[in-house]
Each structure stands twice: as C-alpha cells, then as structure tokens.
Design a protein around this ligand. Structure first.
Ligand code: FAD
Ligand code: NAD
Length: 477
C-alpha cells in the first residue's frame, strides 16, 4: 500500500454484503476497514445489517418457533403424542430470537477482527478522491484515505405516504419481529415475501390475519403452479389474502387502526389492532454521498453500477441491496466477495441468472432459473417433470407431504432451465438444483446421480426422471 492511503479498502456498511467484502479483501492481503452505522433500539451498535439484526435471522427464528407451536397443536396427535395443555410463552420465544441475533451479530465483529479487518462503528460519507469521512458513535469526525471504497449501505422499509409508521400500531417488518403480544386482529399490507413470512408467524401464534395485496395475483415472480399451490396452503393456514386491494389510508385510534382500501367490489374498511406495512424496501443512501463523490444514483434511488459493481468513479464500488437486482443477502454477499477479489486482481463472476429464491413459509417455497411462463415468452421448447412429496417416503414419515418438485429442462438439449419446489425444506433442496445448473447439468445428469433413500432429495431425482416420463415412484406423472 502506498503511504498516501490509510487503507487499501474501506467498506461502508457491515451487513451481509459489506462484512464479507471486508473479510475477503483482508484474506487477499489488503489493509481493510469496515464502518457500520446500525443502531439497535437500545442505542447499541452492531454489525450484520438488516439481515442479522432485523431481517433474515430473527424472522427465521420466529418462523421456526411458531411452526413448532403450530405443529405441536395440530400434528402431534397424528404422531401419537398427547401433549396435554400447551401454552405459549411469547416472552421466552422473543428472548430466544433476541439471543440468537445478539450472538450472531457479536460473531461478525469477531470474524472481522479475526480476519484482520479494522471494525469501526459510526457513519461513513464518501467525499471526493476516495476520502471517507467517519463520524464515530461519540460524534468525533475523522477522515480515512482509501485506495478503494465499497459502498454497502443496504436498504430500508418503504413507507406509504398515506399511512406513515408510528412504531406502535402501524409498524414495519422490524417492529413486526419484536411484538410483545400476539395481536388479536392483524392486517399486513403487501403479500410479498415479508408479508407471507411474518403473516404466517403471527397467524400460527393465533392472530386473525388479513393481507391486502395490490396485485391481482399472488407471488407473480414465481412459477404459476408453485404460486397456486402456495395460495392453497396459505388459505388453509387461515391467512385471509385479499388480492387487487388498493389501500388508500389508515388512521390509528383507541379502538385500533382503521384501514381503508378499494377492491373490485368498491370501497372497503377494516378495523385491526396492528398494521404491518410490507410493501417492499428502498435503497438507503442518506448521508452516504458527499459533495464531489461523483457517484450516481438512479431515478429509483439505487447506486448506478455496471455488471461488475463498479460505480464508474475510479475504484469506487457498490454491492448489495443498494444496487440493482434482487434484495437478497446471498446476492449481496456474492457481489461483495467478487468485488474484493476484483480489487485484488483476481477473477470473479456473479451468476445473476442462478440466484435462488426461498420463502420460509410452511410449506417452504424455493426456486432457481426460469419459470414455464418465462420460457414460453422466450419461445424455448421445454419438458417438465413433477414429483409430489405425497409419493416421498421421507416426506410421509415427516408428516410433511404437501407440495412437489417441478423440474424444467430444454427439449432440445436436456439442460435444466428451472427448478421450482414447494414442500419440506425446499430451501435446502434447491441447493442441489443450483449446483447442477451452475455446471449446466442436464435432467439426465440428475437421473444418473444416486440419491440416498429415504431422503427428500429423491423428489428432485424423481422429478428429473419424470421429465422423460421415467419416474419410478410415481407412475401417474
Ligand atoms: P443491509 O443488511 O441493510 O446492511 C447495510 C448496513 O449498512 C446497515 O447496517 C446500515 O446501518 C449500514 N449503513 C448504511 N449507511 C451507512 C453509512 N453511511 N455509514 C455506515 N453504515 C451505514 N434476504 C435473504 O436472502 N433471505 C432471507 O431470509 C431474508 N429475510 C428477510 C426478512 C426480513 C424481515 C427483511 C426485512 C429482509 C430479509 N431479507 C432476506 C433481505 C436481506 O435482509 C437483505 O437483502 C440484506 O440484508 C441486504 O444486505 P446489505 O448488506 O446490502 O444491506
Ligand atoms: P416484496 O416486493 O416481496 O413484496 C411487496 C408486496 O407489496 C408486493 O406483492 C407488492 O405488490 C405489494 N404492494 C406494494 N405496494 C402496495 C400497496 N400500496 N398496497 C398493497 N400492496 C402493495 O417486498 P417485501 O415483502 O417488503 O420484502 C422486501 C425485500 O426483502 C424483498 O426484495 C425480498 O426479497 C427481501 N426479503 C427476502 C426474504 C427471503 O429471501 N426469504 C424474506 C423477507 C424479505
């Protein structure tokens, strides 16, 4: 490193995009600092960003606990287990969630230090010539000169102008993870990924849940067959999903929150105890770009980057939720690691076509690659194999036989083009499909791969066989 610089790399943001960038850059022998400005409600600082503090990890902790509660109440009897009088200790459930978050975020600080990264709490602002102005948590301002700067400032919940968050009755996803009592009547605006996951949590714990979704179809980004099957299970759980609902306003009062919306039948209103607004997230760049930074932000607020996450300003990069592409932790992590390798002069590539999506509901939903509709629109000829979990011995033994695996392969070449799973541990099963597709594998490659019996993974094997009408364990397909 030249003497003109304090650091080879300064990363602004310590979420799942920023901290892996810093660790990989340090592994590449560079001198690295990682600045993070996350503030918990008690005023403490923590690494890990949205994902660890208020997103992926706490939501999965509550999804797991609430699913166990639901299964104990509704499925134990089938297993021959008489559980007696079950009772819910929400405080203990929330304590567990908080403890997981604390230990995971503390772990990131240790990882950074272990890798030789200088961890810094405070806010970073990029000035001209890759000078980063750091305002520490004590208010002290200092300047760091960096050879490279990586912007990883993430995203925040989108607020609807007509119903601003009040932090009590009208809350965002972070508030929805920290409720201290189960609301009797809950409304969720937006039946997207957050709405479905958090709506499931509170429904399982006993809330009446109405979900208002502006679009006319549920999960339009998913394969239609998957979305249709998912809709069936959400309704069975008791989620009252109202499609084509345009929310016009809400007012919080002593009796609850009254929500106004219109649908195909006209003006409607609802009275609920709590309203969760989950209508998407927006990139966060507040206070990030100082005068002369030269970094451009597009009309939707995302930092403009090329295919390699370069901003166009020399040696300034941006990764994660603050740039285009799906707002997913694993996408940000892959981008960050790739940028750190590029900075070190190594080869790196992010395969945007094969980013898996997972929705952690029950049944779980996961997919990678293209849907039938996308392939039809592109005039690609394909074949489809479907295998239901009802025909999987392991799924039956688990009492989790809802759903299926659907595999789509090119008719001409047999290459796997998409895999869509709804069922037990779909998020784990999709990894095999991602790997097969990374290697541009064919349905025949999966057909000829031995899968242990009895495992859920056999369903993917059988779906690959079914694409050629050669399934063994499900002759109907
Ligand atoms: P963030 O995680 O938002 O981190 C950015 C960090 O930068 C923050 O700590 C922020 O405080 C800090 N920062 C911002 N500006 C500055 C500054 N100027 N100076 C210093 N620090 C700054 N994704 C998944 O893949 N799987 C899931 O299961 C999943 N579940 C989710 C559940 C919920 C409820 C939510 C809300 C999100 C979920 N996501 C999930 C999305 C995931 O959390 C985001 O995609 C991911 O956190 C983005 O990572 P990031 O590092 O780009 O940004
Ligand atoms: P989303 O884009 O998944 O869903 C938002 C939903 O709100 C959409 O269906 C949209 O049509 C609807 N909507 C928008 N405006 C509306 C309005 N005025 N009235 C009614 N409905 C409206 O966004 P999200 O669920 O807020 O999640 C944000 C991001 O976090 C997503 O990009 C998601 O990928 C990520 N996330 C991922 C996971 C996961 O990977 N399992 C979990 C949670 C969040």
């Amino acid at each position: 490193m030249s003497d003109d610089f304090d650091y080879d790399v300064v990363v602004i943001g310590g979420g799942p995009a920023g901290y892996p960038t810093a660790i990989r850059a340090a592994q590449n022998g560079l001198k690295v600092a990682c600045i993070d400005g996350w503030k918990n409600r008690d005023g403490s600082s923590a690494f890990g960003g949205t994902c660890l503090n208020a997103g992926c990890i706490p939501s999965k902790a509550l999804l797991e606990s609430s699913e166990l509660w639901h299964r104990a109440r509704h499925e134990f009897a089938v297993h021959g287990i008489k559980a007696g009088n079950l009772s819910l200790d929400l405080a203990a459930m929330q304590k567990r969630r908080a403890a997981i978050v604390r230990s995971m975020t503390g772990g990131i600080a240790s990882l950074l230090k272990g890798a030789g990264v200088a961890p810094m709490f405070g806010t970073g602002k990029l000035l001209a010539d890759r000078v980063v102005e750091l305002t520490g948590t004590d208010g002290k301002v200092s300047r760091l000169r960096a050879r490279h700067v990586v912007l990883a400032s993430g995203s925040v919940p989108t607020e609807l102008k007509s119903l601003p968050f009040d932090g009590k009755q009208i809350i965002d996803s972070w508030g929805a993870l920290e409720l201290e009592a189960v609301p009797k009547r809950l409304c969720v605006i937006g039946a997207g990924v957050i709405g479905l996951e958090l709506g499931s949590v509170w429904r399982r714990l006993g809330a009446e849940v109405v979900m208002l979704e502006a679009l006319e179809s549920l999960l339009p980004m998913a394969d239609v067959q998957l979305a249709t099957e998912a809709g069936k299970h959400f309704r069975k759980l008791g989620l009252d999903i109202r499609l084509g609902a345009k929310v016009s306003g809400a007012a919080a009062g002593p009796d609850g929150v009254s929500v106004q919306y219109t649908d195909s039948k006209g003006a409607q209103s609802l009275l609920v105890d709590t309203l969760i607004v989950a209508v998407g997230r927006r990139p966060y760049t507040h206070g990030l770009l100082g005068e002369g930074s030269g970094v451009r932000v597009d009309e939707r607020g995302f930092i403009s980057v090329d295919d390699h996450c370069a901003t166009g300003v020399e040696n300034v990069w941006a990764v994660g939720d603050v740039v285009r592409g799906p707002m997913l932790a694993h996408k940000g992590k892959d981008e960050g690691v790739a940028v750190a390798d590029r900075i070190a002069g190594r080869y790196a590539h992010v395969n945007y076509a094969l980013i898996p999506s997972v929705i952690y509901t029950a049944p779980e939903i996961a997919w990678v690659g293209q849907t039938e509709a996308q392939l039809q629109a592109a005039h690609v000829e394909f074949k489809v194999g479907v295998f239901p979990f009802a025909a999987s011995g392991r799924a039956r033994a688990m009492e989790s036989s809802a759903g299926f695996v659907k595999l789509i392969a090119a008719r001409a070449t047999d290459e796997i083009l998409g895999v869509h799973i709804i069922g037990p541990l779909a998020g784990e099963l999709i990894a095999e499909a991602v790997l097969a597709m990374e290697f541009r594998g064919s349905a025949e490659d999966l057909q000829r791969t031995i899968h242990a019996h009895p495992t859920l993974s056999e369903a993917l094997h059988e779906a690959a066989l079914a694409a050629d009408k050669r399934a063994i364990d499900n002759l109907n397909r």
